[in-house]
Design a protein around this ligand. Structure first.
Ligand code: AKG
Length: 143
């Protein structure tokens, strides 16, 4: 496990079947994170180029008395992964393990309940849409 302070389980309130793990990460750590997720069987990952700042106001070292301004946005990657509840903690642990340097700017993870998952190709919903499946048997729209 990563050398981090691990909080006790949040109990997932509001309770949901699916959650989006939204991670704001250092761009150069993203290939390492995504290949680790692929290795653990995660197949749906969305990434976006984003810019932002957190508690440090975009500076790696906070200068005494200095105010942050809009030009302090730092380039990050937002990685979004929707998984079923039982996969949430493993995904979070993996992201922390692969993304953490221990320095300011490692990013943050947000956990968001997801109401439903719908596969566009088939119209499947819920667990059918979330699980990895393919091939012809999977192409018909359920009656
Ligand atoms: C923050 O604004 O909270 C930061 O961590 C700035 C440093 C960085 O993101 O590289």
């Amino acid at each position: 496990r990563a050398q981090t302070q691990t909080q006790t389980s949040p109990g997932y309130v509001p309770d949901s079947k699916f959650y989006k793990v939204e991670a704001i990460l250092r761009p150069w750590r993203v290939p390492q994170v995504s290949s680790a997720l692929l290795k653990m069987g995660i197949r749906g990952v969305t990434v976006s180029d984003v810019r932002g700042f957190g508690a440090q106001g975009g500076s790696t070292e906070r200068q005494g008395g200095s105010e942050f301004s809009e030009d302090k946005f730092v380039a990050k990657i937002k990685m979004e992964i929707v998984v079923s509840k039982d996969q949430v903690e493993a995904v979070i642990d993996k992201i922390i393990r692969e993304a953490r340097t221990g320095e300011i700017g490692d990013g943050k993870i947000f956990l968001v309940p997801v109401s439903d998952v719908i596969r566009v190709r088939t119209g499947e919903r819920g667990e059918q849409a979330e699980r990895m499946a393919g091939g012809r048997a999977d192409t018909s729209v359920p009656a």
